[in-house]
Design a protein around this ligand. Structure first.
Ligand SMILES: Nc1nc2c(ncn2[C@@H]2O[C@H](COP(=O)(O)OP(=O)(O)O)[C@@H](O)[C@H]2O)c(=O)[nH]1
Ligand SMILES: *[C@@H]1O[C@H](CO)[C@@H](O)[C@H](O)[C@H]1NC(C)=O
Ligand SMILES: *[C@@H]1O[C@H](CO)[C@@H](O)[C@H](O)[C@H]1NC(C)=O
Ligand SMILES: [Mg+2]
Length: 442
C-alpha cells in the first residue's frame, strides 16, 4: 500500500503540471476571474487553477499548546490515518502545521516559530505515505491566508452518559471559551502557528470521542468547506495503535537528511560507530527498509535518555535521582562490556554540572551557538535521538514520548528488543515495569 502510494503521488504532481499548463491557456482565453478568486487574490493564481481542477480539499490541524514535540509526532500519525480514510472519497491533502513556540524550546535569542516540517523531517518520505504540503504551500495554493472552517475538538459537556463509553461525534456549542477572537471584519483570528495574517471564516466546536477516522463522515458529508482545520487534534485516538497503518506512517517520518548526517558524523568521530561496523542497514527509501529484529548490532556505546525538568518537578516515583541513574549506567557498562556512554538529556545547568562530576566519561552532543541557531532545539533533540537509536544498548526514561520515539527508531533499524525496551527505575520504585515491545507490522 505504502509503496504504491509512493509512486502514485509524484505522478500526480507531474500530471498536475500538465493540468496547470492547459488551465493557463484556458484562463488566459477566458480572462475572467470569479468573485471568489478576486477576494482571495494571492500570488499563486496558477496553482489555484490547478487545485480547483482537482477539487482538492485541505485538512489542517493543531495541537494543545503545552504538548511537546514527540507527542505532536504521535498526533501526526492519527491525522494521517484520518487523511487516508478521507481520501477514499475525495482528493484530500494534509497541511503540515508549522513548528514553533514549544514549551521545551528554551534556547534564548533564536528564532523558533514558523518552522516548516522540512527542517526536521524528509518531506519526500512523508509523501510516500500520504499527500502532505507545508503551510506556506497551502497559502500559495489555496490563494491566501484563509482557512474556511475551524473545528475545535472538545469532549461532551455531559460526560459519559450512564457511565457508558461509546464512539460519537456531534456539532455542539463550545464548552470553553474559543482560543480565537473575531476581528472587525468578522474573521476569526488566533495563533495559527505564528502566521498573524491568517484568519478563519468560521469556527465552531465538535464534541468527539473515539478514533481519528470517526471524524471522516462529518468532514465528507456535513462540512462543505474546502479547507478544514481541526484544533485540539490530540483529542481523537489512534485508529489502531501499532497496526500496519500506524507503522506505515511512523516509518515515513524519516528525519531530515542534514540532521542524520550531523548525527552520523558525530557517531563516527566520537563513538567509533558507523553503519557498516554496526551492521545497521539503512535505505533512504523507507519503504525498502525491513530489517530483521536482532540484525543490527549498534555502535560500541550505551545510549541513555535522561529526561529531567518537568519529569522531576512532580517528584515522580518512576524517575531516578541523578545518583540513581549514574549507578545504573555504571552497572550497565560493566555488564555489557562497553566503555562509552552517550547521554541525551534536557537537564538544566545545575543538574548537568552535577552529572558531569559523577559521570565524567559521558559523551554528549553539544552544539555551538551557530549550530544551535541553524538546527534549533528541535534539530538538536533529533540528533540526540538518532545517536541513541544507534547505540548497542539503550535505556530511556519512564513514559517519555521522547524515549518512545527512540524505541520505534530502533525497532525500524532492527535491534534486538532486549537492547531497546529499557528504562530507568525510580530510586524507591517498587515493580518498575519495563516498556512494552511494539512489533512493526509491514
Ligand atoms: N536535546 C534534547 N532535548 C530533550 C531531551 N529530552 C527532552 N528534550 C526536550 O524536551 C522536550 C520533551 O517533550 P516531549 O517531546 O513531549 O517528550 P516527553 O515530554 O518526554 O514525553 C523535547 O521535545 C525536547 O525539546 C534530550 O535528551 N535531548
Ligand atoms: C459555520 O459553521 C457551522 C457548522 O458547519 C454552520 O452551521 C454555520 O452556518 C457556519 N456559519 C457561517 C457564517 O458560515
Ligand atoms: C573502532 O572499532 C573498530 C571495529 O569495530 C575497532 O577495530 C577499533 O579498535 C575501534 N577503535 C577505537 C579507537 O576504539
Ligand atoms: Mg511532553
Amino acid at each position: 500500500m505504502a509503496i504504491k502510494r509512493g509512486f502514485v503521488f509524484p505522478f500526480q504532481r507531474t500530471l498536475r503540471r500538465y493540468l496547470v499548463l492547459i488551465c493557463i491557456i484556458f484562463a488566459l482565453k477566458l480572462a475572467s476571474a470569479s468573485v471568489e478568486e478576486a477576494f482571495r487574490a494571492g500570488q499563486s493564481t496558477l496553482s489555484q487553477v490547478a487545485a480547483a481542477s482537482r477539487d482538492v480539499r485541505y485538512l489542517l490541524y493543531d495541537v494543545n499548546p503545552p504538548e511537546g514535540f514527540n507527542l505532536r509526532r504521535d498526533v501526526y500519525i492519527r491525522m494521517a490515518s484520518l487523511l487516508k480514510t478521507l481520501r477514499k472519497e475525495g482528493d484530500w491533502v494534509l497541511v503540515l502545521p508549522p513548528w514553533g513556540r514549544l514549551y521545551h524550546w528554551q534556547s534564548p535569542d533564536i528564532h523558533q516559530v514558523r518552522i516548516p516540517w522540512g527542517e526536521f523531517f524528509s518531506i519526500t518520505s512523508l509523501q510516500a505515505n500520504i499527500p502532505v504540503i507545508e503551510y506556506e504551500e497551502f497559502l500559495a495554493e489555496s490563494g491566501g491566508p484563509f482557512i474556511d472552517q475551524i473545528l475545535v475538538l472538545q469532549s461532551y459537556a455531559e460526560g459519559w452518559t450512564d457511565g457508558k463509553w461509546e464512539e460519537k461525534v456531534h456539532e455542539r456549542p463550545c464548552i470553553e471559551q474559543l482560543m480565537y477572537s473575531r476581528d472587525k471584519q468578522g474573521y476569526y483570528r488566533g495563533w495559527f502557528w505564528g502566521y498573524e495574517e491568517t484568519r478563519a471564516l468560521n469556527a465552531t466546536c465538535l464534541s468527539a470521542q473515539g478514533h481519528a477516522s470517526m471524524l471522516a463522515p462529518m468532514l465528507q458529508n456535513k462540512i462543505t468547506a474546502t479547507s478544514v482545520m481541526l484544533d485540539r487534534a490530540e483529542a481523537v485516538l489512534h485508529d489502531h495503535y501499532a497496526g500496519k497503518d500506524y507503522w506505515d506512517t511512523r516509518r515515513s517520518m524519516v528525519f531530515a537528511k542534514h540532521l542524520r548526517i550531523i548525527a552520523d558524523e558525530f557517531r563516527a568521530t566520537f563513538l567509533n560507530s558507523t553503519d557498516k561496523e554496526d551492521q545497521t542497514l539503512y535505505n533512504e527509501d523507507w519503504t525498502r527498509i525491513k530489517n530483521k529484529l536482532g540484525s543490527s548490532r549498534g555502535g560500541p556505546y550505551l545510549g541513555v535518555h535522561l529526561r529531567r525538568k518537568d519529569f522531576i518537578w512532580g517528584h515522580r516515583e518512576d524517575v531516578p535521582s541523578l545518583k540513581g541513574a549514574v549507578k545504573k549506567i555504571h552497572s550497565l557498562l560493566m555488564k555489557l562490556k562497553l566503555e562509552m556512554v552517550f547521554v541525551a538529556t534536557d537537564a538544566d545547568g545545575e543538574e548537568l554540572a552535577k552529572l558531569k562530576r559523577m559521570l565524567p566519561e559521558m559523551v554528549r552532543y553539544e552544539p555551538s551557538w551557530e549550530d544551535l541557531e541553524l538546527l534549533k532545539d528541535g534539530g538538536v533533540a533529533i540528533i540526540d535521538q538518532w545517536i541513541c537509536a544507534h547505540a548497542r544498548y539503550f535505556i530511556g526514561t519512564s513514559v517519555s514520548t521522547f524515549s518512545f520515539r527512540i524505541h520505534e527508531e530502533r525497532e525500524i533499524l532492527g535491534f534486538d528488543p532486549k537492547t531497546t525496551y529499557n528504562r530507568f527505575c525510580g530510586d524507591d520504585e517498587s515493580g518498575c515495569e519495563q516498556p512494552t515491545h511494539w512489533k512493526i507490522v509491514y
